[in-house]
Structure formats: structure tokens, C-alpha cells
Design a protein around this ligand. Structure first.
Ligand code: NAD
Ligand code: TYD
Length: 380
């Protein structure tokens, strides 16, 4: 079959990537979607069970750091677009093992950029109609201060600087021109990869786009991250390790809304631009944890709040950023994207999904999910 476009999505077996792959495979039957993933501990092909037989979907097990393989795949599929999500993504792992983060996030991105450059520059039309879209994080901007008075409870209505009604713990937000100031090895590696992507635009004229998104939550997230880890622990009545005092603030976006934003930006975003993606939805960790506990308890038929005593304050994460808050008004005004879900609805859907998908969680926590590739793909 002749496809209208041929797009590599890296990290498509991971949390956000699997939602992006699903959206593109279903929405664009005339695009060929190539899911390129190394299947590290975070990659799980069971995340894509529902679309794995679609005629416009292909899976390629490969390491983005393998430059020769990247070039081979660009040629094999005559790729005209790349949406790059593959990365090491967990801050706590980056504190223990920064080398892997530099290798995958920096060198892997560079190897993809160089493969795209060599392949696209070899074509008669060169960069015409091509796109290299790099997915980054708000963590590259560093940390914001909490300037709202102590003792005032979120959600605050109407923040003066944005004129919007939303939860916020300060007047300052990350905008697209905020200076990079990463603190963790994870965010330092993402910042470095963002710089390489922009350098390939400025030096070679590659049509690149970078987006920086806030914390995502939703189905298929690896249960080492706050929300799925805590849902799983509450279910099994295991302690909930809250770092420090639980006062740190994160800005949460439902993962499907991130995937929708990626679709909009891939198609309509301006080359060389940066867009911030976020839902104006800040929460202190301790508050979100209480919402999660109450939701799990209610959905399991337990007495609401019964599991609050699982909260266990533990030593703080090293270099723990105080507050992240994204101003996504540029994306909303220029490209018309808006989050589709209110947080209350999103968290209810999320908790329900993890409780309904016990087998997925058990496979992931036991390590059995890594056999999925052998059963489904090896020898094909
Ligand atoms: P994830 O850890 O769930 O998935 C990462 C995927 O990349 C996995 O499937 C893994 O197998 C794959 N991968 C890792 N190293 C690879 C390599 N060398 N070659 C090929 N594939 C490799 O991550 P996620 O949470 O889905 O994040 C995806 C992207 O979005 C990352 O770039 C991350 O920095 C960014 N991001 C994440 C969030 C968030 O809240 N999770 C927020 C903003 C931005
Ligand atoms: P996480 O999901 O790891 O995302 P990120 O570090 O990229 O923001 O953590 C979200 C917040 O929750 C962060 O402030 C750290 C905190 N946290 C805990 O308090 N306990 C935990 O066990 C984890 C995993 C995170």
C-alpha cells in the first residue's frame, strides 16, 4: 500500500508514546506509523495490543543510539516525519545512573538528528515537507517559587498574570522564552537534547519543532511514577513514600490531551517554534495523593480515607524542584488546542483504569510484560 506519509514515532511502546501511536494509527489510516522502540524496562508492547494488527502500523525494535540502524530505517521506510519521544524519563533513576540518561537522551537524539539529516539531504526535495518533532519536558526550565501566601488553599481562582481561573501556587509560569535552568541529571539531559534539535535547525535548516510539557498522568504509565505507583500501593495496602513534606507542586495533564496536542502541533505548528503544553492544573503532591487515596478507596468499596494512614514521609529526593507550572497560552491562542478533561474527571478515569487492568499492572510489576515481544514479534 502507498502511504501518504511515513512517520517514525520513537518510544512508542512507552507511556506517552503508546497514546501517540494509538491516536495516529486510528486517526490517519493513510499514514504509515513506524513505532521505533528499544523496549527498555519502560517499553511494553502490551500497551498497544488494540492496534498491533492495524495495516498502517509497524514495530521496529531498535536503539536510537545505533546511528547506522537509524539511517537504515529512514531509508527503508522513506520517512518524512519523526515524533521523538524515546528517552530515559524517571528523575530518581537519573540520580542513581546519570550516564544512561546522557547516552539515551543526548547521544540518542543526536544520532536520530544526524540520520534524518543525511537521509533528507540525499533526497531531491531535501527538507521540503519533512518534520523533526522533539518531545521535551517543562523540567528543563528549572523550578519556580511558591509565592502565594501560606495557608491559602488551592485551587486559587483567577491568577493575575494569566487572567485565568486555575490552580496555581505562584504568579510566575514557564513560558517558551524562559531560560533553561535544569537541576536533575534527567532534565539536564533533556535540555541538552533540546539544544541539539534547535542547533540542527539553525545550522542545517532542518524543519524542527520542540514542545515542553508538564507532568502527564493516565493509563499505561510505568508504576514507578507517583500516580500509578501510589494507586498500586493503595490497592495492596503498601506504604506510600512521600518525599520530604509533600509540598512540591506539579502541573498535571491527562496523557490523551498531550497526545492531542502533539497531533495538532505536528500538523499545524510552525517550524523552529517551541510550544509549551500544560493544563493550568497545579497540585501539591500531598493534596493529589489524598485525592488518589480517596478515589481508590471509593472505587474499591472501602471507607473513603481509610488508607490515609499509608502515607509515609521519607527522605526528600536530592535537588527536588519546588514547583513546575506551564503557561500554555501560546498553543491555545495560535493552534486552538485546549485540554479536553477536567482534572477530577481525568483522575477518576485513571484510577478506574488501573483498578480494571490488574493484569497489566501485575505483568509490569512482575516483569512478565517483557515476554510480550518474544511471544508476538520474534521470528516474524
Ligand atoms: P517512558 O519512560 O514511559 O517511555 C520511554 C520509551 O522510550 C520506552 O518505551 C522505552 O523502551 C523507549 N526507549 C528508551 N530508551 C530507548 C532507546 N535508546 N532507543 C529506543 N527506545 C528507547 O516515558 P514517557 O513518560 O512516555 O515520556 C516520553 C517522552 O515524553 C520523554 O521524552 C519524556 O522526556 C517526555 N515527557 C514526559 C512527561 C511525563 O510526565 N511522563 C512529561 C513531559 C515530557
Ligand atoms: P514523578 O512522578 O517521579 O515525576 P517528576 O519527578 O518528573 O515530577 O514525581 C512526581 C512528584 O511526586 C515529584 O515531586 C516527586 C514526588 N514523588 C514522591 O513524593 N514519592 C514517590 O514515590 C515518587 C515516585 C514521586
Amino acid at each position: 500500500m502507498d502511504f501518504r506519509r511515513r512517520i517514525i514515532i520513537t518510544g512508542g511502546a512507552g507511556f506517552i508514546g503508546s497514546h501517540v501511536v494509538r491516536l495516529f494509527v486510528n486517526k490517519y489510516p493513510d499514514y504509515q506509523i513506524i513505532n521505533l522502540d528499544k523496549l527498555t524496562y519502560a517499553g511494553n508492547l502490551a500497551n498497544l495490543k488494540d492496534i498491533e494488527s492495524a495495516p498502517n502500523y509497524v514495530f521496529e525494535k531498535a536503539d536510537i543510539c545505533d546511528f547506522d540502524k537509524m539511517l537504515e530505517l529512514f531509508r527503508k521506510y522513506n520517512v518524512d516525519g519523526i515524533i521523538h519521544l524515546a528517552a530515559e524519563s524517571h528523575v530518581d533513576r537519573s540520580i542513581k545512573d546519570p550516564f544512561t540518561f546522557a547516552q539515551t537522551n543526548v547521544m540518542g537524539t543526536l544520532s536520530l538528528l544526524q540520520a534524518a539529516k543525511l537521509y533528507w539531504e540525499s533526497l531531491p526535495e531535501k527538507y521540503e515537507g519533512k518534520r523533526f518533532y522533539h518531545i521535551s519536558t517543562d523540567e528543563v526550565y528549572g523550578a519556580l517559587e511558591m509565592t502565594h501566601p501560606e495557608g491559602v488553599e488551592a485551587p486559587f481562582t483567577t491568577v493575575a498574570s494569566t487572567g485565568k481561573n486555575h490552580c496555581a501556587y505562584g504568579e510566575e509560569f514557564f513560558v517558551e522564552t524562559t531560560k533553561y535552568n535544569p537541576h536533575s541529571p534527567y532534565s539536564a539531559s533533556k535540555a541538552s537534547s533540546d539544544h541539539f534539535v534547535r542547533a540542527f535547525h539553525d545550522t542545517y535548516g532542518m524543519p524542527t519543532i520542540v514542545t515542553n510539557c508538564s507532568n502527564n498522568y493516565g493509563p499505561y504509565q510505568f508504576p514507578e511514577k507517583l500516580i500509578p505507583l501510589f494507586i498500586n500501593n493503595i490497592r495492596h495496602r503498601k506504604p506510600l513514600p512521600v518525599y520530604g513534606k509533600g509540598e512540591n507542586v506539579r502541573d498535571w495533564l491527562y496523557v490523551v490531551d498531550h497526545a492531542r496536542a502533539i497531533d495538532t502541533i505536528f500538523h499545524n505548528g510552525k517550524v523552529a517554534e517551541t510550544y509549551n503544553i500544560g493544563g493550568f492544573n497545579e497540585w501539591k503532591n500531598i493534596d493529589i495523593i489524598k485525592v488518589v487515596i480517596n478515589t481508590v478507596d471509593r472505587l474499591l468499596g472501602r471507607k473513603e480515607g481509610e488508607d490515609l494512614d499509608l502515607i509515609t514521609y521519607v527522605t526528600d529526593r536530592l535537588g527536588h524542584d519546588a514547583r513546575y507550572a506551564i503557561d500554555s497560552r501560546k498553543l491555545q491562542a495560535e493552534l486552538g488546542w485546549e485540554p479536553s478533561l477536567q482534572f477530577e474527571e481525568g483522575i477518576e478515569k485513571t484510577v478506574r483504569w488501573y483498578l480494571d487492568n490488574e493484569e497489566w499492572l501485575e505483568n509490569v510489576t512482575s516483569g512478565d510484560y517483557q515476554k510480550y515481544y518474544d511471544n508476538m514479534y520474534k521470528g516474524r
